[in-house]
Design a protein. Structure first.
Length: 490
C-alpha cells in the first residue's frame, strides 16, 4: 500500500515549501503552467474562430464562434466530474493528474499544427477533457497533503490559488503578443510549450508527491463492470456523433444544447440527493437552501464568462487599444481579471478575518457578487451604441477590475458553502453541483453572446445586467428562508 502523508515522519524531518509540504511546490508550479497554457489559448481562441482567413482565422460567423467557445468552457467544468470518476475508480488522483497534463499538451499541439476545424475539434476535446480532469485532481491531491486539522491547510490552498492567477495573468499576455506578431498557430504552440514545461517540472518532483499523497484507487471498478462501462461510453459517444451528423446539434446552437444538458444533469443530481434515504431531514433542507445559490451562481457565470465571448469581441472591435503610441493586443483584456484577483484577494481575505462573525452571510455575499456583476455590465452603457473603436481602454480595464471584486464575493464562497451544506453521503456530489452551476453558466455565456452585436449593444448590456441585478434582489429577499434552511451553517 502506498504511504500516506499521515504515515510519514513528522513534517520537520522533511523539506518544506515555505513551511508547507514539498508537494505543494510541485502542484503550484504545474498549476501555473497549466493555467498559462489554458488561458493563453482561450484568450486567442475566439479571434481565431471568427477572424477572416486572410487574417489567419477560420472565418466563422461570430455567433458560431462564441457558441463553440461557450460550449467548450462549459464542458471543461463538466469534465471535472469525469476526471473525479476516473481517479476514484480507475487510476487514482496522481496518475490521472499526470495523464491529464499529457492530454492537454497534445490538445495544444493539435491546435498549433492541425489546420481548420478538424484541428479545433481535436484540440479542444483533448484540452477540455484534460483540463477538467486536472482541475478535479489537483484539488484532491493538494488536500491529501494535509491532515484534516492541519492549521496550514487554508494557507496552502491560498498559495495554490495564487499560482492559478499568475498563470492566468501571464498566459494571455504572451500568447496574445505572439499571435499579433507571428500568427495564431504560434500562439497555440506557445501554450503547448508552457504545458510541456509544467509536465517536466511536475515529473521531476512526481515521486515525492506520489509518496506523500498516495496512488491508491479509492473505489476500484470491479472487473465484472468493465464491459458495461465500455458499452455505456460507446453509446454516449455514438449519441453525440449522431446528434451532429443528423443536424440536431450544430455550431450555432451548440452552447444552448450544452447548457440544457448540464441543467438537466444538475436537476437529476439534486433530485437524487434529496430523495435518497441516506439524506436526513436537516440535510435535505440544506440541499434545498443550496438551490437558489445554484441559480445565482449560474446567472453570475453566464455574465462573468462572457469575458471570453462578448467582452473579447468588444475589446477587439469597440475599444481604442492604443495608449501612448503602443497598440495593445486585444487578448490582453483576459489578463485584467487575474490582476484584480492578485490585488483584491488579500484585501478581502483580511476583511473577512477582521469582521469575523460580523461578516455578511453566505446568501448576502452571493447577492452582492451577482449584483456587482450586473452593475459591471450596466457600466458599459455610457460607452454603448457608438461606431468604431470609441471606448477608452482604461475605462474598460477599470470595469474588468470590478469583475474581480464580484468574482471574489461569489466564486470561492460557492465552493466553500457546497462543502458545508453537503449531506454526509453526498459530499463529492454537492461539490460537483457547484461545478455544474459554473459549467452551465459558462455554456450560457456562449449562447447569450449570439444575441450580441454593436447594433444592439446598449440593449444587450442593459438587459443582461438588469436581469442579474433583479435576480440578486430576489436572492436578497430570500435570505431569511435560506438561512433558516441552512440550519446553523453559514
Amino acid at each position: 500500500m502506498a504511504t500516506t502523508h499521515q504515515e510519514t515522519e513528522p513534517e520537520e524531518h522533511h523539506r518544506t515549501f515555505f513551511g508547507h509540504p514539498w508537494g505543494l511546490a510541485n502542484l503550484f508550479g504545474l498549476e501555473i503552467w497549466e493555467r498559462f497554457s489554458f488561458y493563453g489559448m482561450q484568450a486567442i481562441l475566439t479571434y481565431y474562430l471568427y477572424f477572416s482567413v486572410r487574417e489567419g482565422g477560420l472565418g466563422l460567423p461570430q455567433a458560431s464562434a462564441t457558441s463553440l467557445v461557450g460550449a467548450y468552457g462549459g464542458l471543461v467544468y463538466l469534465a471535472t466530474v469525469l476526471g473525479a470518476w476516473v481517479a476514484d475508480r480507475l487510476l487514482g488522483s496522481e496518475r490521472t493528474l499526470f495523464y491529464s497534463g499529457v492530454l492537454i499538451m497534445i490538445g495544444h499541439i493539435c491546435l498549433a499544427l492541425v489546420p481548420g476545424l478538424g484541428g479545433v475539434a481535436l484540440g479542444l476535446a483533448c484540452v477540455g477533457l484534460g483540463s477538467g480532469a486536472l482541475k478535479a485532481n489537483t484539488t484532491a491531491l493538494l488536500g491529501a497533503l494535509y491532515r484534516p486539522n492541519d492549521p496550514r491547510r487554508d494557507a496552502g490552498f491560498s498559495i495554490f490559488y495564487m499560482g492559478i492567477n499568475i498563470g492566468a495573468l501571464v498566459g494571455p499576455l504572451l500568447t496574445g503578443a505572439l499571435q499579433n506578431w507571428k500568427g495564431f498557430h504560434y500562439g497555440f504552440g506557445l501554450a503547448a510549450v508552457g504545458m510541456a514545461i509544467g509536465l517536466v517540472q511536475y515529473t521531476l518532483g512526481r515521486r515525492n508527491l506520489a509518496a506523500a499523497a498516495g496512488r491508491e484507487v479509492p473505489n476500484p471498478l470491479p472487473r465484472s463492470h468493465a464491459g458495461r462501462t465500455i458499452i455505456v461510453a460507446v453509446i454516449g459517444l455514438a449519441v453525440i456523433v449522431g446528434a451532429f451528423l443528423s443536424g440536431l446539434v450544430k455550431l450555432s446552437n451548440l452552447a444552448t444544447v450544452v447548457t440544457g444538458v448540464i441543467v438537466l444533469a444538475a436537476i437529476v443530481l439534486f433530485a437524487a440527493i434529496v430523495r435518497s434515504s441516506k439524506t436526513t431531514e436537516v440535510e435535505r433542507g440544506r440541499v434545498f437552501a443550496f438551490i437558489p445559490l445554484f441559480v445565482a451562481s449560474f446567472a453570475f457565470f453566464a455574465l462573468f464568462q462572457q469575458i471570453f465571448t462578448v467582452i473579447a469581441i468588444y475589446a477587439e472591435e469597440r475599444v481604442d487599444l492604443t495608449i501612448g503610441g503602443f497598440s495593445i493586443p486585444p487578448a490582453w483584456a483576459q489578463s485584467v481579471d487575474p490582476i484584480g484577483i492578485l490585488i483584491f484577494a488579500p484585501i478581502m481575505a483580511a476583511l473577512w478575518t477582521k469582521l469575523g462573525s460580523r461578516q455578511p452571510s453566505t446568501p448576502t455575499k452571493f447577492a452582492l457578487g451577482l449584483a456587482g456583476m450586473g452593475l459591471c455590465f450596466l457600466l458599459f452603457l455610457p460607452m454603448a451604441g457608438g461606431h468604431g473603436k470609441t471606448s477608452p481602454a482604461l475605462a474598460v480595464g477599470g470595469i474588468l477590475l470590478l469583475f474581480s471584486v464580484a468574482e471574489l464575493l461569489l466564486s470561492p464562497i460557492g465552493l466553500s458553502v457546497s462543502t458545508k451544506l453537503a449531506p454526509g453521503a453526498f459530499r463529492t456530489q454537492m461539490v460537483a453541483l457547484n461545478f455544474l452551476s459554473v459549467s452551465a453558466g459558462t455554456a450560457a455565456a456562449g449562447a447569450l453572446a449570439g444575441l450580441y452585436s454593436p447594433a444592439v449593444e446598449a440593449r444587450y448590456f442593459g438587459i443582461t445586467g438588469g436581469v442579474a441585478v433583479v435576480i440578486a434582489g430576489l436572492l436578497a429577499l430570500l435570505r431569511p428562508w435560506i438561512r433558516r434552511m441552512m440550519a446553523g451553517v453559514d
